[in-house]
Design a protein around this ligand. Structure first.
Ligand SMILES: [Zn+2]
Length: 318
C-alpha cells in the first residue's frame, strides 16, 4: 500500500489526539497530587521499597523480598484507590491494536487506514456520494425485458451487476480492470461507487473521481512546480482508481499523456482500475491515441451497459 498524504495526515492526527489526551491526564494528575499529599509519600515509599528489594535480591533473602513485595502491592493499591476516588484514569487508547501509535510492525494500523480513507472521502466528498450508492440500493427492476440485439437489458445488466459484485468480493486477489461503456443514466456511476464502498470497507485505498476534476487537479499540481505531486501519486498508487465519465475532460496533449501514464503505470504496478465513459468504442479510438487504446484493449474487461435512462425512470416514479 502506498504512503500518501492522507496516511501521513491520519497518522499525525492520531498522534496529536494521543498527545492531547496524555497532556490532559498529566494535568489532572498534577491536581490530584496537590489535593492528596499522601500520594507523594506513597511514591517515596515505593522508591525506597524498590531499593530495599534490590538489596534483598542481592543477598538472596527470599523472605525479605516477599515482605517488600507485599508492602509494594499495598502501596500501589492505596495509590490506585486515591486515583479512583479522584476520578483519575489513565487514558485508554482508542485503538487496542496499535495503542494509538498508528503502526504495527512497521506497517500502518487499520485505524490509520480508516482515518486516511475518511480524510480522502472528505476531500473528494462532494464528488463521492458513497452512502447512497451500494449494491443493495442498485435495482435491476428499472431495466427492460424487451430484447435488443439478441439480449434483454435486464439480462445484460444482471450479468454486469454480478461481475461487479465479484470484482469487489475478489478484490486484492489479482489486479482486474473494467471499462464501463454506455450512455448516461444506465448505472455506471452507481456500480462504480458500490465497488468503491465495498473495497474501502475491506481496508483498501480507493479513489473515485470524475475525469474533469481528476485531470484539472493533476494539471494544477503539475504546473504549480511545487516539486510534490501528491495527488498524482495517489492516483497512480491507490489500490483502486475509478475515473468516471472519461472523455468529458478537455483534451490536450497534457491530458493525453496523463491518461496514458495513469493507465500504463497502474497496469505495470498491478493496480486495479475502473474507467467509465459515455463514449462508444469508435469514439474512444477517435479521442485517444492508439497507445492508450491498445492498453485498454489488452488489459480491460469491457462491460457494455444497456437500457434506457434509469435516472429518468426513477424520477418519473417519484
Ligand atoms: Zn491502530
Amino acid at each position: 500500500m502506498s504512503v500518501n498524504k492522507y496516511y501521513i495526515a491520519a497518522l499525525d492526527n492520531l498522534k496529536a489526539k494521543r498527545k492531547a489526551s496524555l497532556a490532559l491526564f498529566e494535568a489532572q494528575k498534577e491536581r490530584v497530587y496537590e489535593e492528596n499529599p499522601r500520594l507523594s509519600e506513597i511514591d517515596l515509599e515505593i522508591s525506597r521499597n524498590g531499593a530495599g528489594l534490590a538489596l534483598a535480591a542481592l543477598s538472596g533473602n527470599k523472605a525479605k523480598m516477599e515482605e517488600i513485595r507485599s508492602v509494594a502491592d499495598k502501596l500501589s493499591a492505596e495509590k490506585q484507590e486515591i486515583f479512583k476516588k479522584a476520578n483519575l484514569f489513565e487514558p485508554v487508547p482508542e485503538c487496542p491494536v496499535c495503542k494509538d501509535e498508528g503502526k504495527v510492525g512497521g506497517k500502518f494500523c487499520e485505524c490509520v487506514k480508516f482515518r486516511a480513507r475518511a480524510l480522502m472521502s472528505e476531500e473528494l466528498g462532494s464528488e463521492m456520494p458513497l452512502k447512497d450508492s451500494t449494491f443493495e440500493s442498485f435495482s435491476l427492476d428499472f431495466y427492460s425485458d424487451k430484447t435488443e440485439n439478441g439480449v434483454t437489458p435486464k439480462k445484460r445488466m444482471t450479468q454486469i451487476f454480478k461481475s461487479c459484485v465479484e470484482f469487489a468480493n475478489d478484490f486484492g486477489k489479482e489486479p482486474k480492470n473494467l471499462l464501463f461503456l454506455g450512455e448516461a443514466g444506465l448505472g455506471k456511476t452507481h456500480l462504480s461507487l458500490a465497488i468503491v464502498n465495498e473495497v474501502m470497507s475491506k481496508g483498501y485505498e480507493a479513489v473515485y473521481s470524475p475525469a474533469g476534476t481528476l485531470f484539472d487537479r493533476i494539471e494544477k499540481e503539475h504546473f504549480a512546480y511545487s516539486g510534490s505531486e501528491d495527488f498524482l501519486d495517489t492516483v497512480l498508487n491507490c489500490d483502486l482508481l475509478v475515473i468516471d465519465d472519461l472523455g468529458t475532460e478537455f483534451s490536450t496533449q497534457f491530458t493525453q499523456s496523463t491518461v496514458y501514464n495513469i493507465i500504463n503505470t497502474r497496469i505495470l504496478k498491478g493496480k486495479s482500475t475502473i474507467l467509465s465513459t459515455n463514449l462508444t468504442i469508435e469514439e474512444i479510438k477517435n479521442v485517444y491515441n492508439p497507445r492508450i487504446c491498445s492498453r485498454l484493449v489488452g488489459h480491460y474487461d469491457v462491460k457494455q451497459f444497456a437500457g434506457d435512462d434509469i435516472r429518468l425512470k426513477k424520477a418519473l416514479l417519484k
